[in-house]
Design a protein around this ligand. Sequence first.
Ligand SMILES: C[S@@+](CC[C@H](N)C(=O)[O-])C[C@H]1O[C@@H](n2cnc3c(N)ncnc32)[C@H](O)[C@@H]1O
Length: 258
Amino acid sequence: MQATEYQQWLRDTRDFWDVADEGTARFGRVCSSPEIDGARDPQELEQIWRRETQAAIGQILDGIPIEGDWHCLEIGCGVGRLMKALAGRCGHVAGVDLSERMLGYARRYLADTRNTSLHLNDGRSLEMIADSSVDFVFSHLAFQHITLYEVVDAYLAEIARVLRPGGYCRIQNWREGSLPVVERVKNVIRRMAGREVLRSNRCWQWQEGKSVRFGGVTFTPREWQRRLRRFGLTPLRVQVGLGHDYWMWTTCRRPADG
Ligand SMILES: C[S@@+](CC[C@H](N)C(=O)[O-])C[C@H]1O[C@@H](n2cnc3c(N)ncnc32)[C@H](O)[C@@H]1O
């Protein structure tokens, strides 16, 4: 992709995530669900937030032998709720995000932590993180929104670079093949009509005329593992349907001798 096209993609993507207030960031972007839309008061919203954050932490740490001195890194940290939950369990948590506004909300959210840092990135690189310096990279609700294969690949190369040998990575994304039958039939019709095919059941256009979609590129578990290996990451475990039936969670490691 040309640099100018990438810059346009980055502008459009930032446009989507750079929301005007913290409430919209938390309940319109980071967490969004019919339950949230139906919540009656702020207290109920906070309860849902706490419950969903706890569930996410359980999924992120599932099978990860986290230690008190570990350096962790979140890709697409949003307002920093997961960083905050992990800060008490490890040595340091860094978060990168392409949205300046999200990072602004995260700065406030993490104000009472001493072992966190936040970094604005260009949506695909981790240049502020030193080689082999991270024990654990994780990403939740971010890869599922990445609409370009080249961005996913750029991140996998960066993850392999920043992980220490033997370091762990856990990523949640959307799996291909999770479309309901009715959508698959519609895809056949879309293809015949020369229209864009739905790649996942959340892959909609967020705003008419914009190139940014809410749903990102999807992979079969096999394709995904092949991709991880291509970047020198060893897949240890792929969990399909953990959290949602269209989700895929993967644990991988940089080889200890790699
Ligand atoms: C749905 S929020 C999730 C935030 C956080 N991971 C959580 O679960 O609380 C997605 C976040 O990923 C960020 N994001 C999306 N695409 C990204 C990319 N290519 N690089 C860096 N951040 C990205 C967005 O700006 C947003 O803050």
